[in-house]
Ligand binder design. Structure first.
Ligand code: HT7
Ligand code: ZN
Length: 892
């Protein structure tokens, strides 16, 4: 398959100025008439017009009303005899397509008798022939015609211009989008839908209509999405001065969707998972995700839609920036400093457990990649989450006001254009000429061009006589595919110094008083800073809030970490200290048995020393700390995060060690868990806000621990079972069910059965039911047979991405103890499912294919078995480009 290179970018040879689309919607055969005004780009040498197309039936091509010659070349429609004048000419193309057969969910497809589109990244070419690239921005008018009884609602981007009746029970709606846009932002929806509506008035005094469209039975689950949308509109005005630029803004939900949601101009299309919620069906996490995804898509209206990407290599220009914006939005909505810290910890957990491994694996790529085979494979955590960290560093280097100035300049320069990551960072630097960002701009840009997670190696020397503390920071970054040597990054290191009692020390550097927190900018391979006026050996609190997406290598003593955990004024580093303490114990325990035969008995009793258990107990009992923070501190590092710290990974050994630590914590702190449960089990009338959600999270963890601690006696299992039945909200219900499953309680089966019978008509809850079972402990090899049995369940549908993710992805990605089997059966199952999915939906299949990305780190016998499974997938001749790229890189 062809490799697309970033440096091969050339401007398009033609511009498309206007597009008039007429759709006669029919599931089996939809007719699409596409009338365009096209003109030559005078800046590019004359050449034929090559229009992208995929799975289309071409019926007619007219130029200025006349038939014309054309040829087909690798799916492209090539027109050679076009008018030579620089004036626009009319190009008319008539095609048909078959939405009902579209199982890829890219282009125009049917879900539950409703038409939807998904055009990012290259779905528009599956609707009509077009210059399907983001730098071609056109004005769109859309006429939709369909049977009125079957498709009473007809939606597209922009404003409704007219609608009316047609003969034979058909009707029409004409839409016009007042803003030019790239083809990937086109959308239409047609079906039996109803809307929650809300009129709002902007700060500028303009009226807008907000709508959330869903299937008729789902209307009562749209309140939270609408409220989130209203908050997002107000937040973007208040924080960035960015107002809604449309009379009408619509969200439509579908249960068949490849990703989370899509920011089509004025007509966002969402996975139902990120729209529908009430307390009986959605957890606190679901409510928080809805707020964040609704915000994210809305914020794209400016960062992505008004200013878009010149080419797909610039994807992080819109995605990294918009993730940064949605993270800030969620933090501002959360309110308190503690809730902000909790959100930051959650975001960093994703970065570390998913993005850092990606950056160390075969799919590692820079935030602005240099090449791809299939662009859909590059909607990655590197583009999104690391991209957001790169924007966050800019924010920290120029300050909040400086960032707002940079955004303003960015919009002044580029509104209505398709631009690059360089354009963004240049605007930020130009708006803040005295900032460290402007000072080190060229070096800073390496965050966009160099892949890999850098490590900051820190060492400190305290000089008692001189009362100084010299901190030396050195950076390194491992090689990644295609990138051997790395140049130094610009790394903002936010730090404080603590004395032995954990009090913050005043920072003095070069005669300046810096308060108790300061950001050092490491921009060379190694630099040192000497703090003065330091009377005793300090503990450095480094990289507060994870001020850069790096690893920290510093030889913390246990005493230093215990001091940080107990006292650091930075909540993030308090949590970090607990993670470091427990991670180190886990990796040491794993290393201690590294030579032993796999599966050999190891002594895993009491791995956590008394000092650490006691420190964690103090957090759990702390009278001032928020429950949400306690829950994070008391949760051990995940198995996949532990695996990342090791050169050779035995997933079973990791599982055994972590479970042993969990059981020890459960038993050693049993009275404290009980007190935490009793204090937080009942949160009153359900409200999905951070304090109450934090209390429910802590009660959930406590219940899990209590069921684990007293596995034999059944008292807590009985309480959990009752809670599955009685809980008035899904968070408590799901946590109780999880507690039974993860303590292998004999009541788990009945509880699952009860849950199913109660919730079988709620698809999003059934997804949870499948996922909970797919993540179940592997008691005597039971996990895989249970997953295989569930594949045959009448409610399991591989074609539906949410359902596939809930069962198959959860087993392969989130149940390492069950998946990494010595008999390789987990990997055989993975290969079978990748191949089955590839025949239906290559994008989704390619995501599953990434479950074995890190196979080279696996120990024997897993490594060879995983390689064989990947090779089996790679050997399939008619594999999609999507899956082929992933497995080829894995094997390469
Ligand atoms: N910009 C959207 C990306 C997206 C997407 C990409 C490929 C295939 C299907 C897709 N659905 C949505 C979502 C976002 O980041 O906001
Ligand atoms: Zn996005």
């Amino acid at each position: 398959p062809a490799v697309v290179q970033r440096l091969d970018y050339t401007a398009p040879a033609f511009w498309i100025e206007t597009v008039e689309l007429t759709f006669d919607l029919d599931p089996a055969k939809t007719r699409v008439l596409n009338k365009m005004q096209v003109r030559r780009n005078p800046d590019v040498p004359a050449q034929p017009l090559r229009l992208d197309g995929e799975e289309l039936n071409l019926a007619r091509v007219l130029v200025n009303g006349n038939g014309t010659s054309f040829k087909m070349d690798g799916g492209q429609l090539v027109l050679e005899n076009l008018p030579e004048s620089p004036e626009p000419f009319a190009l008319e193309i008539f095609t048909t397509c078959a939405p009902v057969k579209n199982t890829q969910l890219s282009g125009l497809y049917v879900s539950q008798d409703t038409f939807f589109t998904q055009c990012e990244a290259q779905g528009f070419r599956r609707i009509t022939y077009f210059l399907d690239r983001p730098d071609v921005m056109a004005s769109y008018s859309v006429l939709l015609r369909a049977d009125k009884a079957q498709y009473p609602v007809l939606l597209s981007n922009g404003n409704l211009v007219e609608s009316g009746e047609l003969p034979e029970g058909r009707h029409f709606a004409r839409w016009h989008d007042p803003h030019k846009k790239p083809s990937y932002l086109f959308a239409l929806v047609a079906g039996k839908l109803v809307a929650r509506e809300q009129k709002i008035t902007s700060r500028a005094g303009k009226e807008h209509l907000l709508q959330v469209w869903v299937r008729p039975g789902d209307l009562e689950k749209t309140e939270h999405a609408m409220r989130s949308l209203m908050h997002a509109v107000a937040w973007d005005e208040a924080r960035f001065g960015l107002s809604l630029d449309l009379e009408r803004f619509m969200i439509v939900a579908t249960s068949d969707f490849n990703m989370g949601a899509m920011e089509n101009k004025g007509l966002n299309i969402f996975n139902t998972k990120y729209v529908l919620a009430n307390q009986a069906t959605a957890t606190d996490t679901d409510f928080a995700n809805i707020e964040s995804v609704v915000g994210h898509e809305y914020f794209h209206n400016w960062t992505g839609n008004r200013i878009t990407c010149r080419d797909w290599f610039q994807l992080s220009l819109k995605e990294g920036l918009t993730v940064f914006r949605d993270q800030e939005f969620s933090m501002d909505m959360a309110g308190s400093a503690s809730a902000r810290a909790v959100k930051r910890i959650e975001d960093v957990r994703v970065l570390r457990t998913v993005q850092f491994p990606e950056d160390a694996g075969p799919m590692a790529h820079p935030v602005r990649p240099d090449s791809y085979v299939e662009i859909n494979n590059f909607y990655t955590v590197t583009i999104y989450e690391k991209g957001a960290e790169v924007v966050r560093m800019q924010h920290n280097l120029v300050g909040q006001d400086g960032f707002a100035r940079g955004m303003k300049l960015y919009f002044e320069r580029f509104d209505g254009q398709a631009v690059t990551c360089d354009d963004f960072v240049q605007a930020m630097a130009d708006a803040n000429p005295a900032s460290p960002l402007a000072q080190h701009l060229d070096a800073f840009k390496r965050w966009y061009s160099q892949a890999g997670t850098p490590t900051v190696h820190a060492s400190g020397v305290f000089d008692a006589a001189a009362q100084t503390y010299t901190l030396t920071l050195r950076q390194s970054c491992p090689a990644t595919p295609g990138q051997g040597d790395k140049q130094p990054f610009v790394i903002p290191v936010t730090l404080g110094l603590l004395d032995a009692q954990g009090r913050a020390l005043p920072l003095q550097l070069d005669g300046a008083d810096l308060g108790t927190e300061h950001t050092l900018v490491l921009h060379e391979a190694e630099q040192a800073w000497t703090f003065t006026g330091i009377a005793s050996q300090p503990t450095p609190s480094l990289l507060r809030g994870l001020s850069a997406p790096v690893l920290l290598d510093y030889p913390f003593t246990e005493a230093e970490l215990l001091t940080q955990l107990a006292h650091d004024s930075d909540a993030f580093n308090r949590w970090e200290a607990a993670q470091r303490l427990t991670l180190r114990i886990a990796t040491n325990a794993i290393a201690a048995t590294a030579g032993a035969a796999t599966g050999a008995e190891q002594n895993t009793a009491n791995l956590l020393p008394e000092s650490v258990v006691h420190a964690l107990q103090s957090i759990l009992e702390h009278p001032q700390l928020d429950a949400a923070f306690k829950e994070l501190v008391l949760t051990l590092p995940s198995e996949s995060y532990i695996a990342e710290q090791l050169d050779s990974v035995d997933p079973q050994r990791i599982h055994t060690v972590r479970e042993a630590m969990r059981r020890q914590l459960a038993q050693a702190l049993q009275p404290q868990w009980q007190a935490a449960y009793e204090a937080n089990a009942h949160t009153g009338a359900y409200r999905p806000e951070p304090v109450a959600a934090g209390r429910r999270a802590l009660a959930g963890l406590a219940l899990n621990m209590l069921c684990l601690a007293v596995q034999g006696d059944g008292v807590w299992a009985g309480k959990a079972y009752q809670r599955v039945k009685d809980a008035g909200n899904m968070t408590d219900k799901a946590n109780a069910l999880q507690a039974l499953i993860h303590s292998s309680s004999p009541l788990a089966a009945n509880a699952l059965d009860y849950f199913y019978r109660q919730m079988r008509h709620e698809p999003l809850v059934l997804d949870k039911w499948f996922a909970l079972q797919a993540a179940a402990p592997d008691v005597q090899g039971s996990a895989l047979p249970a997953v295989k049995a569930l594949l045959k369940h009448p409610d399991f549908v591989l074609k539906n991405p949410n359902r596939a993710r809930s069962l198959v992805f959860t087993y392969c990605n989130a149940n390492p103890g069950g998946f990494h089997r010595q008999d390789a059966a987990g990997y055989v199952f993975w290969a079978d499912q990748v191949l089955a999915l590839d025949a239906i939906n290559p994008q989704v299949a390619a995501r599953l294919a990434r479950a074995l990305d890190r196979w080279k780190k696996l120990a024997a016998p897993y490594r060879e078995a995983a390689r064989e499974a990947i090779a089996r997938v790679a050997a399939k001749t008619d594999l999609s480009n999507d899956v082929r790229e992933v497995v080829a890189r894995a094997l390469g």
